[in-house]
Design a binder for this molecule. Structure first.
Ligand SMILES: O=C(O)COP(=O)(O)O
Ligand SMILES: [Mg+2]
Length: 225
């Protein structure tokens, strides 16, 4: 293995980290809202609602409309959103600079790589396939995999289990406070990528390290052991 032997695996968050998926989520959310007679949101407003999973996205959208949803109604809206989003999840979505190169480089170095996202598994796989990353991944854990979503540690721990690795062997790369909190709770080191979907500053995020882009993540390995 070239360079530092640590980490044995690098797990990536998806939205705001590997892909800029906000334009498709924005379009699908507005189409969903329109079908219920609600007004649209701007891309900027929707971007700030992303990162805690689809039920939270819907809850946040309705909260911004000053509406509270009962659980059954929320479930119905989530289902409609997914029906609209899944087939179009890679239409306007783009890969961030360095995503392809860094994942391939890590694999060449003999490391395992994976995705741990709050986005449901089907749309996650669809997007990774679209960008030619699906076959490269050793593990993919979506928000509907079973454990509670990030900021809880369960999705990350499930990915470790599937890889047969302990938390100390793994690095997580994410963009938001949910990623940092989930990694901390799982005792996994975490790098925050600047410029994702969070409104927090890098100081407020409090990750073990921050990177201006995906390409500079490998440089941080030796400083994180
Ligand atoms: O909010 C979502 O659906 C997913 O967000 P994540 O990929 O940043 O976890
Ligand atoms: Mg994210």
């Amino acid at each position: 293995m070239a360079g530092s032997p640590w980490p044995k695996a690098v797990l990536f968050d998806l939205d705001g980290t590997l892909v800029d998926s906000a334009p498709d989520i924005h379009a699908a959310l507005n189409q969903t809202l329109e079908s219920y007679g609600e007004p649209p949101f701007t891309l900027e407003a929707v971007t700030r609602m992303i990162g805690a999973g689809v039920p939270k996205l819907i809850e946040r959208a309705y909260a911004a409309l000053d509406k509270q949803l009962d659980p059954a109604t929320q479930d119905r809206i989530v289902e409609r959103f997914l029906k609209i989003y899944e087939p179009r999840s890679a239409e306007l979505t783009t890969l961030y600079a360095g995503a392809s190169e860094v994942t391939r480089r890590l694999k060449e170095e003999g490391r395992a790589i994976g995705v741990v996202t709050n986005k449901p598994g089907q749309a996650t796989s669809e997007i990774l396939r679209h960008f030619g990353l699906f076959d490269l991944m050793d593990v993919i854990v979506g928000g509907d995999a079973g454990p509670a979503k990030k900021p809880e540690p369960g999705l990350l721990l499930l990915a470790c289990e599937k890889l047969g690795l302990g938390p100390q062997d793994v690095l997580f790369v994410g963009d938001s406070e949910n990623d940092v909190a989930a990694a901390r709770a799982a005792a996994i080191k975490v790098v925050a990528i600047v410029g994702g979907y969070t409104v927090l500053s890098k100081e407020e995020l409090g990750a073990d390290a921050t990177a201006e882009g995906l390409a500079s993540v490998p440089q941080l390995f030796s400083t994180l052991i």
